[in-house]
Design a protein around this ligand. Structure first.
Ligand code: TXA
Ligand code: MG
Length: 330
């Protein structure tokens, strides 16, 4: 029996990831349905990669521009070979080193994969997630599952099943597999193997040094304004509340005379009457907690969210990137 099912009505169905629930979710994918599932990074909104109509439903649910391509999720390199035109030694070396894990590879798309699954491009992004539920679902389905982060376009990515339920509160055709909070907490590193040297289109927890250790030189792209990976447009991962980043001194100064606001702190002590969420000082803990804290801060509906600036060290690159986007106003 399925352990937990929300009441029927116009809302998604939340399921514990029991064997029958996973088999049922795989059947839904086979029938052209959409299933939200946990990965180690963030939750994904999945549909069969080969089913253009199901992919269209994912774009519609998210309100995502049709030209922003999706990641095809696979169990392993063997399945990745079925979605790309030509699996290379470089791809194999990266898969050996980092899969299953938070690294996405952009490669030429196989001709039999619908262009809709790649935002109309002739390349496709592919990754093998490191999460038992994701692996079980894709394995039971037996084929690639395309999934953007399970949030409405431009919103903060979901790191719990409850976040997904909030994002798609009215989607009664959606099943959400609850795999608990995500261990990594920020989206995967996106690496384009279509460039020489390979190019990081979106920084993530697999950093440039780790990649270079396996394949030699990689290029970092300053994502602001770049069009190659449309999902990295500047304003992204954003709360509704105006959000800004201040260094420790400017922050202490601002808090002394600002009207009450929400502070996302790391080291700084925050005086009343401001509200504060303190994230861990280490980068992994910070990344894991960031999106839940951004959501909770937003939910307080105060006039502003102020975030304590992060260290300049290279290991903070991916988290700094997400914070910069969260604070960007357009
Ligand atoms: O960790 C993750 O990557 C999560 C989980 C669910 O796997 N997924 C995720 O998907 O973040 P999404 O759709 O929110 O972000 C995918 C990023 C976007 O910036 C998109 O533009 C880029 O990958 N991307 C996908 N396919 C691409 C392609 N063919 N060429 C260039 N960029 C691509
Ligand atoms: Mg996303």
């Amino acid at each position: 029996m399925i352990g937990r099912t929300t009441a029927t009505g116009s809302m998604p169905r939340l399921r514990d990831p029991t064997a029958p629930a996973i088999a049922g979710a795989a059947d839904r994918l086979r029938a052209g349905g959409v299933v939200a599932f946990p990965t180690e990074t963030v939750y994904g909104l999945g549909a069969a990669t080969r089913d253009a109509a199901a992919i269209e439903r994912v774009y519609a649910l998210k309100g995502r521009p049709a030209d922003n391509p999706l990641i095809a999720h696979v169990t392993d390199a063997a399945m990745a070979r079925t979605v790309v035109a030509d699996w290379t030694d470089t791809a194999q070396a990266l898969a050996d080193a980092f899969w299953p894990g938070p690294l996405t590879l952009v490669m030429p798309r196989a001709g039999h994969i619908p262009a809709a699954a790649a935002g109309g491009r002739d390349t496709i992004a592919v990754r093998a997630p490191r999460h038992d539920v994701a692996q079980a679902l894709i394995g039971a389905f037996g084929d690639a599952v395309s999934a953007p982060s399970a949030n409405r376009s431009g919103h903060v990515s979901p790191t719990t099943a409850a976040h997904v339920m909030e994002e798609f509160a009215n989607a009664d055709d959606l099943v959400v597999l609850d795999g608990g909070p995500c261990a990594v907490g920020i989206e995967s590193t996106v690496l384009a193997l279509t460039h020489a040297p390979p190019r990081v289109l979106r920084p993530g927890s697999v950093d440039a040094d780790a990649l270079a250790g396996v394949i030699g030189a990689v290029e970092m792209v300053e994502a602001d304004g770049q069009v190659e990976s449309p999902g990295t447009s500047t304003r992204h991962y954003a709360p509704e509340t105006p959000t800004r980043i201040l260094g420790p001194d400017a922050l202490r100064d601002a808090l002394a005379h600002m009207e009450p606001c929400v502070v996302i702190a790391r080291m700084v002590a925050v005086p009343e009457p401001h509200r504060v969420f303190t994230l861990p000082a280490d980068v992994d803990g910070y990344a894991r907690g960031l999106y839940a804290v951004l959501r909770a801060a937003d939910a307080l509906e105060m006039p502003a969210i102020v975030v304590e600036a992060l260290p300049e060290a290279a290991e903070w690159t991916a988290v700094r990137d997400r914070l910069r986007r969260a604070s960007h106003r357009t």
